[in-house]
Design a protein around this ligand. Structure first.
Ligand code: GLU
Length: 473
């Protein structure tokens, strides 16, 4: 059997991290077993579905690298097929028209509540033999009245539902449009899906769907309902816990593989291993290793993972993602040192790409303003002299390379009988505007002679201007 899984989001918002975890597990399971992974956009709710949301889902999938073998299929393009199946169910006697008005249904539920019964449709239109004039009916599935349905769930084991608890669900609205439980079954069937991996908020839909599968004389797929993801306060993860959209993680400077690695551990583990390459995930993941209990989202851990990935990825890879962040800062990385070399210098010292981009800005944009505290401490009269000295030394360097640059910093500190930090720090402030940079010699090599010297000159002039201002006061 070739494994076929799917991710079937409704395009009513962005791609949520919970959705991304579902997509990842389905994708991993297909990849592990040499199967196929399908993307299906469940856009039948015309009022809530939007093109922006479809695009956000596609963008999120692409950013995460979750490639699909088939799709995206759009349910709105399959209405004829759903109609065909609805007619088939009607003809077989497994579905019927229901003419109940909203008021009638409200009354019915009211009475059930008054009798301390669970409100549910009582099937009063099941046996109608002729249509009610002037009423546009909805269509209901004739759910079996007796017996039970067992959802054989890979994660939760067997979950039994009594048919008497399931009412005759609506499969077509009065305008003829099909509803979720119907379209899912038709698609899962037509698309030959072997496994349905989805959030456990759908567990209650599964017995209804299984009954429809049975009415269509089809074998239901194997189900796996994934445990919930909770926020740090124990409530279901939602917007109020901060970023929940996948793309906001890109915006906040995460690498997609760090997020994937984080997501794979939400509900699945392999011993106490925390870091998994994508290949390892594919090799080690299996759906029966998913645990039942809910897991909590922990941003600190994600941040830690991101830092590990920034450190261990190739500089080329980091640069690819850093490029987007530089562009967000209005920087064209083509106008300055090779971004791969910048990434190589920075990748050890940033937790996020946002931080790395901010700290790499100076490589591409001349610094015209200094952090007040950094300047007060490091751009003083005496450091002006050091900068002048270093300007001369660096101007006459034969070779613009880290080693000779380092030698000059050292020589300057020896000549002035001061620590190397006292020489390095004013230069660092001159070129970065602040006190943070990778090792100075490597940084200057990459920045280039011309830009280094002009930054030092600018800082010297700035110190002089400050002095003049003070004199005038
Ligand atoms: N479209 C449903 C949702 O976004 C998922 C349906 C399914 O996985 O069966 O919640």
């Amino acid at each position: 059997m070739t494994i076929r899984t799917r991710f079937a989001p409704s395009p009513t918002g962005y791609l949520h991290v919970g959705g991304a975890r579902t997509a990842l597990f389905s994708w991993l399971f297909a990849r592990k077993h040499g199967g196929q992974f399908i993307l299906r956009i469940e856009d039948t709710d015309l009022e809530r579905s939007t093109t922006e949301s479809v695009n956000a889902i596609l963008e999120g999938m692409a950013w995460l690298g979750l490639d699909y073998d088939e799709g995206p299929f759009y349910q709105t393009q399959r209405f004829d097929r759903y109609k065909e199946i609805i007619n088939q169910l009607l003809e077989q006697g497994d579905a019927y028209h229901c003419y109940c008005s909203k008021e009638e249904l409200d009354d019915m539920r009211e009475q059930q509540r008054a009798n301390k019964k669970k409100p549910r449709y009582d099937g009063r239109c099941r046996h109608l033999t002729s249509p009610k004039e002037g009423v546009q009916p909805i269509i209901r599935f004739k759910n079996p009245l007796e017996g039970s349905v067992i959802v054989q769930d890979v994660v939760r084991g067997n979950v039994e539902f009594q048919n008497s608890e399931l009412d005759d669900l609506v499969i077509a609205r009065s305008d003829g449009s099909p509803t979720y439980n119907l379209t899912v079954v038709v698609d899962d069937l037509d698309m030959g899906l072997t496994h349905v991996i989805r959030g456990d908020d759908h567990l209650n839909n599964s017995p209804r769907q299984i009954n429809i599968f049975k009415a269509l004389a089809a074998e239901p797929p194997i189900f796996a309902h994934l445990p919930m993801i909770l926020g740090d306060d124990g409530a279901r993860l939602s917007k109020r816990h901060g970023a929940v959209s996948v793309m906001s993680y890109r915006d906040e400077g995460y690498l997609p593989e760090a997020l994937l690695n984080y997501l794979v551990r939400l509900g699945w583990s392999h011993g106490d291993q925390e870091i998994f390459t994508l290949d390892e995930m594919i090799a080690l993941f299996d759906i029966d290793g998913v645990n039942k209990s809910a897991s909590s989202f922990n941003t600190e851990k994600l941040l830690w993972l991101n830092q590990q990935y920034l450190k261990s990825s190739t500089a080329e890879h980091v640069a690819e993602h850093l490029c987007w962040h530089m562009e967000q800062l209005g920087i064209d990385p083509a106008q300055g040192p090779d971004l791969v070399s910048v990434a190589e210098l920075q990748q050890e010292r940033a937790k996020t790409l946002v931080e790395m981009a901010a700290n790499s800005r100076f490589f591409y944009k001349d610094v015209k303003e200094f952090d007040a505290k950094a300047a007060r401490k490091n751009l003083t009269v005496s450091s002006g002299e050091i900068l002048e000295d270093m300007f001369n030394r660096l101007s006459s360097l034969a070779e613009w390379q880290a080693e000779p640059i380092h030698t000059e910093v050292k020589a300057c500190s020896v000549a002035r009988e001061i620590g190397m930090g006292k020489v390095a720090q004013p230069i660092r402030v001159a070129i970065t505007g602040n006190t943070i940079s990778p090792p100075l010699d490597l940084t200057l090599e990459l920045l280039g002679r011309e830009r280094t010297l002009s930054a030092i000159r600018y800082a010297i002039d700035w110190i002089k201007a400050q002095l003049d201002d003070q004199k005038q006061l």
